[in-house]
Ligand binder design. Structure first.
Ligand SMILES: C[S@@+](CC[C@H](N)C(=O)[O-])C[C@H]1O[C@@H](n2cnc3c(N)ncnc32)[C@H](O)[C@@H]1O
Length: 482
């Protein structure tokens, strides 16, 4: 299937057992033990994997050995298996780097880490290249590409994902961002104080021509809330704070940024167990005690939203200011569309990229039957009334993993690459990140008019919201099949 070896001799740093032992401070017996337990691979002096070594021929990869030992040090040994690319685990990258600046503006199940994007963009592309992500999600490729002075285009079917990506990549007046965020936070704090201390209700804040008392304001806010979901998944107190914050948004300039803050706060303020923010099944009752796996004690669900608005307001202003220092002036375009049918050429004709070809793709498509991408942000759809296009999602969880679902998936993903292929430069490199446990990508490549050149493999650790079971993914490098 593969035209070239995925791992280059330079990536391996081949050494003898004795050299390996002395370089990592172990004995040769230790190294043999790792080989016998299948923890690291055996290579010949040219770097080819071998089953049995002839005399004097056995080599190990110093980089692979070091990557394995780094996992052992962090008690993450179970994630390792031979054949993983030694540099693509990013085991030593701490959480605050994985979620640096705008990458943490809003949680998102199924995003990849910026270090992975950076590793490939730095090796295979250069400044001013045009990089496409047809499954943009929360915009990781766009942010990282922009930081590396590349033009980026992202497409996603979910309007809320596009909102997150646009908010992350927009150019801001940083001082104004801070002013607006802190002002909205202050107003919602005053509102919340009035909920606790009735004497505050005479605050001038809540006396205007139409609503001359606080009770009427509350009634008006609740009347505007038609969503059964919001009324059931939030405590009454949290709901009022959210609705009030939402009512403030139209009076600001950076409205989408405030929507992202409110959405992030709402996500954490649902009546759900603290350990189950990613995939909650049903709301708890207000005040219901439950055994919390995250805090290992009895907890109650949160009843307000202000706590989270406080937590995320300053944080957001700081993250925006941080990225502003790093960003380039290259455009980042986020399109809400179905990547199978979007007329990308016309869409780009209205941007500074008119007439240019795409130099590379870096993307992680959905996988068959894993995640419902609209549904994971249901609270945001209910709060802001964005249109939903669930039926156009490729491979959603709701459609399962049956043979039929797999066929549809293959056709869907291949349909995307066939659609964008005419805009790809003849030498474009297409990187696709997927945990292809069903082995569907060779057929997808063939049906897309692409050829798989190389497959990199990596372990994905620290998947905090998705459990800690070992999880491996491939990064396929494909090119146009001429
Ligand atoms: C694995 S996620 C991408 C995550 C992204 N790499 C990130 O870091 O945030 C896959 C994305 O594909 C999108 N998607 C699914 N079907 C689509 C379609 N037909 N057209 C465009 N996007 C689609 C989903 O909405 C989802 O955001």
């Amino acid at each position: 299937m593969l035209g070239e070896s995925w791992i280059q001799p330079d990536d391996l740093q081949l050494v003898t057992l004795e050299e390996a032992a002395s370089l990592v401070g172990k004995t040769t017996h230790n190294i043999r033990d790792y080989i016998q337990r299948g923890r690291i691979g055996k290579y010949d002096p040219e770097g080819l994997p071998i089953a049995r070594a002839r005399n004097g021929e056995l080599r190990v990869s110093l980089k692979e050995l070091r990557a394995f030992l780094a996992l052992v040090d962090q008690s993450l040994e179970k994630h390792h298996r031979p054949g993983l690319h030694p540099e693509l685990g990013f085991y030593d990258v701490p959480e605050h780097q994985r979620t640096k600046h705008v990458h943490r503006l809003h949680p998102y199940l199924g995003k990849f880490i910026p270090q992975l994007v950076e590793w490939f963009l730095a090796r295979y592309f250069k400044e001013d290249d045009v990089i496409l992500d047809p499954f943009m999600g929360s915009g990781t490729t766009l942010v990282q590409g922009n930081e590396m002075k590349m033009y980026t285009i992202g497409i996603d079917i979910s309007p809320f994902n596009c909102l997150i990506a646009r908010v992350k990549t927009a150019k801001y007046d940083v001082a104004r961002v801070r002013r607006e965020i802190l002002e909205a936070e202050r107003l919602v704090s005053l509102f919340s104080r009035c909920l606790v201390e009735p004497e505050e209700q005479s605050s001038p804040l809540f006396r205007d021509a139409q609503l001359n008392d606080f009770e009427r304001l509350k009634v008006a806010l609740l009347e505007e809330c038609e969503s059964e979901y919001l009324r059931t998944w939030f405590a009454p107190w949290a709901l009022l704070e959210m609705l009030y914050y939402r009512s403030l948004i139209p009076s600001y300039h950076y409205q989408d940024l405030l929507r992202v803050i409110l959405s992030r706060a709402a996500r954490s303020s649902r009546l759900v167990p603290h350990y189950d923010l990613a995939r909650p099944k049903a709301p708890l009752a207000v005040g219901e005690l439950y055994w919390c796996r995250k805090h290992t004690k009895c907890c109650m669900p949160i009843e307000d939203c202000l706590t989270k608005i406080h937590a995320y307001s300053e944080d957001t202003a700081r993250r925006i200011a941080h990225f502003d220092q790093l960003r380039s002036d290259r455009t980042a375009t986020a399109l809400q569309a179905d990547s199978r049918t979007v007329d990308l050429k016309s869409a780009l004709d209205t941007t500074p990229l008119a007439g240019r070809l795409i130099t590379g793709v870096f993307t992680s498509p959905p996988y068959v039957g894993q995640i419902d991408y609209h549904e994971q942000h249901l609270y945001a759809y209910e709060l802001f009334g964005f249109p939903r296009y669930d039926d156009l999602e490729i491979g959603p969880k709701a459609r399962g993993t049956s043979r039929q679902a797999q066929r549809e998936y293959i056709e869907g993903i291949a349909g995307v690459f066939r659609n964008v292929r005419p805009l790809l430069h003849q030498d474009a490199r297409v990187f696709i990140v997927a945990n292809d446990r069903l082995g569907l990508y060779p057929e997808i490549a063939a049906r897309s008019g692409l050829r798989i050149v190389t497959e990199f493999r990596r372990a994905v650790t620290k998947r905090t919201e998705q459990g800690d079971d070992p999880y491996h993914e491939s990064i396929f490098l494909m090119v146009k099949d001429r």
